[in-house]
Design a protein around this ligand. Structure first.
Ligand SMILES: Cc1ncc(COP(=O)(O)O)c(C=O)c1O
Length: 396
């Protein structure tokens, strides 16, 4: 077996399950999970209908590059959402089966393991970045994101010797778990470094459509490229998904877009990897990318939940509405693992200890003394959970 498999950490939910089995939850109240980032709002009916009406396509092999109509629908969405004048559906877009597999596969395609590679990741982070980097033979370098840097990686803190070995930088904006959003200056700093040291920037933007100010959607990396006069998106690739935008995590549908030289090689990799999107999923995805109404409603639902929950937690926990995403990332008055365990034991509510999403780096784990709460459950359940959290915190 591949020895690098031994480098992989247990997934956060495995650790969480182990933590919970040490205690017994009360049986007189229903369990509420705020731990998993799985959207629970209804998927758009018209998308489901397209899927159902096209089950006969099961009889055909899909192509890795995807249907031209899907790539064109994605290009249109990107041009509209990110004010891109040019994004070529033929060379600058590839459909993927959700961003999880794409982030992983992309890393394998990009990293040259014989060159002593480094992959840079925010810390805390979506766990796939680390697993992908380690299995590609890279050393992971983490940039702590905490309140002192507004949860944004400090690229200026990276030594030159690390940049010289760096082959790939992961961005996550809006961030999971912090909800922080990168601005043009952050992108400018990083892209100046990318030009100097010739590394690839993989920007995970799967929460880009969960925001709260309709007049100020999160800036994406391709947006930033245009504003920074990089019309070819050199060294830049973005990752987008229908999972959160359209409540379709089971469709496994997303795309990558950006630098055509990189995507040409990634397509070659994917041809052998064997991860073409089923045709009926592609047709359903076209229906999803072509519609914004359901996305707007989705944002309204999340805003309602944030407003209600934050009102209850006001003065109870140190917590703020994030710039975007559906997570709260509050500070905990006690150790975050104890907090999660005791909250489960006393109130049957599950939250995720922040330290499970981070690594100790420079002597601290920036996820410690924080928990992640995903406001994915229906409004009444989120309110009930917030009330139980309030009762729990007051009892400490
Ligand atoms: C930051 C981040 N990136 C990527 C993903 C993967 O999403 P999907 O594979 O459904 O597109 C997730 C899922 O939770 C996530 O939180």
């Amino acid at each position: 077996m591949n020895n690098d498999l031994d480098l992989l950490h247990p997934y956060p939910f495995e650790k969480l399950n182990a933590l919970k089995t040490e205690v017994q939850a009360p049986t007189d109240v229903e369990h509420i999970a705020l731990s998993i980032g799985e959207p629970k709002h209804a998927p758009p009916a018209h998308v489901v209908e397209v899927l159902q009406n096209n089950l006969d396509k099961l009889a055909n092999y899909p192509s890795t590059k995807g249907l031209p109509e899907l790539r064109e629908a994605i290009a249109n969405w990107c041009r509209h959402r990110f004010s891109l004048k040019r994004l070529c559906s033929e060379t600058q877009i590839l459909p993927v089966n959700g961003t999880r597999e794409a982030l992983f596969a992309f890393t394998q395609a990009v990293i040259n393991r014989s060159d002593n590679p480094v992959v840079i990741s925010p810390n805390p982070f979506y766990q796939i970045y680390e697993g992908a980097g380690l299995l590609a033979g890279a050393e992971m370098v983490y940039l702590n994101c905490d309140a002192s840097n507004d949860f944004i990686p400090d690229f200026d803190s990276v030594p030159e010797s690390v940049w010289q070995r760096c082959q790939l930088v992961f961005l996550c904006s809006p961030g999971n778990p912090t909800g922080a959003v990168l601005n043009l200056e952050h992108y400018r700093t990083l892209l100046t470094l990318a030009d100097k040291y010739n590394f690839v920037v993989a920007s995970d933007e799967c929460y880009s459509e969960i925001y709260f100010d309709e007049n100020n959607p999160p800036l994406g990396l391709l947006d930033a490229c245009i504003q920074l006069n990089r019309p070819d998106y050199k060294n830049c690739v973005v990752f987008h998904s229908l999972s959160k935008r359209s409540n379709l995590p089971g469709l496994r549908s997303g795309f990558v877009a950006g630098d055509e030289t990189i995507l040409k090689k990634f397509l070659l990799y994917r041809t052998y990897h064997g991860c073409a999107m089923p045709i009926q999923h592609q047709l359903a995805s076209i229906a999803a990318w072509n519609d914004e109404q359901h996305v707007l409603e989705n944002r309204r639902f999340y805003q309602q939940k944030f407003t209600a929950v934050l009102e209850i937690l006001d003065g109870v926990l140190d917590v703020e509405q994030p710039a975007a995403s559906f997570y709260l990332w509050p500070e905990t008055p006690i150790d975050e693992k104890d907090f999660a365990q005791q909250l489960f034991a006393r109130q049957n509510v599950t939250v995720l200890p922040g330290s499970y999403l981070g690594r100790e780096n420079s002597g601290v784990n920036p996820g410690s003394r924080r928990v992640r709460m995903a406001l994915v459950a229906p409004l009444d359940e989120c309110i009930e959970a917030a009330q139980r959290i309030k009762t729990f915190v007051k009892s400490l």
